[in-house]
Design a binder for this molecule. Structure first.
Ligand code: ATP
Ligand code: MG
Length: 424
């Protein structure tokens, strides 16, 4: 048998305790923030039928073409995929359980997503998103709400250098008109197209606008603009959204090259971008997807959502120099001897009953070495129990920052510890 050590899958990260504390802090802030806007939690499986993502995200997208972890269930032949994003699953769940039956829904989820990309800073194969979806709202009020929500979160997190890019993708008719013009334009310049663009010319020409290839930029700059094709309703929607954002002093840039990597978007799309994370600067992105619910088998229902990349946001927070105090226990319980051990474990439970955080020493050792551990873990109080104390059902309480050690009845332990903690 090989005894080589086994490493995590490339692009999939462990989050170790020191870092996990930042994650937990972040998750708490995010939960309070979402609840303050009345959004409710929904939790979907990490695995869905492959057909769901193909239908929702679109066959000719980076995600479906080359990023999905898809496999056949060896036991029954089902075609399955590790979710690359959450909106498709969320809509699937909402329809399956009829949640839109008589009310619109404001929902959120968080968790792992999987994309087979080239791992690099800010781009992983397992990463985390917080996803926010408002289903059954035609906007633009809810579009503004979601963008304002993001703005509030950045402020809560102390991030002030994130800019908002905004665009509209219009509706079916305008997109179709634009598509015809785009194909004609790119066909005229076929020799200048790179391989990706050539492949997409007829299947998904809008995505060519999203190309990051420098040799294509001039060509793209001269392409027909969707903005010139917009129908009146879509234009009005976009204008109203901009007015609402201005009213709330939310700065934005309109960017007509912003098309997003998933096919289901229409009308409003947006991205929040920072220049401080190198190439992976988009930390949050979303938009309206009025056609998706019908496409997945529901009644036509307008909807709007966004997702933020947790790794990128946390990198930005760390870049800002934020550090958190380590989670510490309040009390370390030191003990030696058979009777003392029994009392120690009883006393530790009693302290936890009183809502204190307690480390009970395990593994024996001298009083001296145990006291060192108590010191190292940051506890304010050590409770010290030898058989001598145990015989009279008593314990010694010692404030770690100095001060008199006192001996008290085991039953009084919680009150005594609280008295010491209050004094400090
Ligand atoms: P990108 O252009 O960076 O590939 P995307 O358009 O594919 O992003 P979305 O599908 O809109 O990304 O996902 C929303 C957010 O999730 C992104 O803005 C980003 O913050 C984060 N994200 C996407 N892919 C990854 C990844 N592979 N690793 C880490 N975070 C990611
Ligand atoms: Mg991507």
């Amino acid at each position: 048998m090989s005894n080589e050590t086994i490493q995590a899958v490339r692009g999939m990260n462990d989050i170790l305790p020191d870092e996990a504390e930042l994650w937990q802090w972040f998750e708490e802030v995010v939960r309070d923030w979402l609840h303050s806007y009345g959004y409710r939690n929904i939790r979907m499986p990490l695995v869905e039928p492959t057909s769901l993502f193909k239908r929702a995200i679109g066959e000719v997208t980076d995600i479906v073409e080359k990023e999905m972890y898809s496999f056949e269930d060896a036991l029954n032949g089902d075609q399955l995929t590790l979710r690359p994003e959450g909106t498709a699953s969320c809509v699937r769940a909402v329809l399956q359980h009829n949640l839109l039956y008589n009310a619109p829904q404001r929902l959120y989820y968080s968790g792992q997503m999987y994309r087979h990309e080239r791992p690099q800073k800010g781009r992983y194969r397992q990463f985390h998103q917080i996803g926010v979806e408002a289903l059954g709202f035609a906007g633009p009020d809810v579009d503004a709400e979601q963008i304002m929500m993001c703005y509030r979160l950045w402020k809560k997190l102390g991030l002030d250098d994130i800019t908002l890019q905004l665009n509209t993708l219009g509706d079916t008719v305008s997109r179709h008109r634009h598509r015809v013009k785009l194909i004609a334009y790119f066909e005229q310049h076929a020799a200048l197209l790179d391989a990706d663009a050539t492949r997409r010319l007829h299947s998904n020409p809008l995505r060519i606008l999203d190309s990051k290839n420098p040799v294509m930029l001039d060509l793209i700059a001269g392409a027909p603009r969707l903005m010139d094709e917009l129908e009146e309703d879509a234009l009005k929607h976009f204008d109203e959204l901009q007015t609402m954002l201005k009213r709330h002093d939310i700065a934005f840039e309109t960017n007509d090259k912003l098309v997003r990597g998933l096919d289901y978007y229409n009308r409003t799309v947006f991205e929040w971008v920072t220049t401080r994370l190198g190439a992976q600067g988009t930390i949050c992105a979303g938009g309206r997807y009025d056609g998706l619910i019908e496409q997945i088998g529901g009644k036509p229902t307008p909807a709007m959502g966004f997702a933020m990349g947790v790794e990128r946001l946390l990198a930005l927070i760390q870049e800002n120099g934020m550090s958190l105090p380590k989670t510490q226990v309040d009390v370390y319980v030191v003990h030696q001897g058979e009777m003392a051990g029994q009392l120690a474990s009883r006393v530790a439970e009693q302290l936890r009953d009183a809502s204190l955080r307690v480390l009970l020493h395990c593994g024996g050792g001298s009083f001296k070495s145990q006291m060192k551990k108590a010191d190292g873990c940051g506890a304010q109080i050590a409770v010290v129990i030898g058989d001598d104390e145990a015989q009279t059902d008593e314990v010694a309480v010692k404030p770690m920052q100095g001060g008199e050690q006192v001996r008290v009845k085991a039953t009084d332990i919680a009150a005594t510890v609280y008295k010491f903690i209050k004094q400090e």
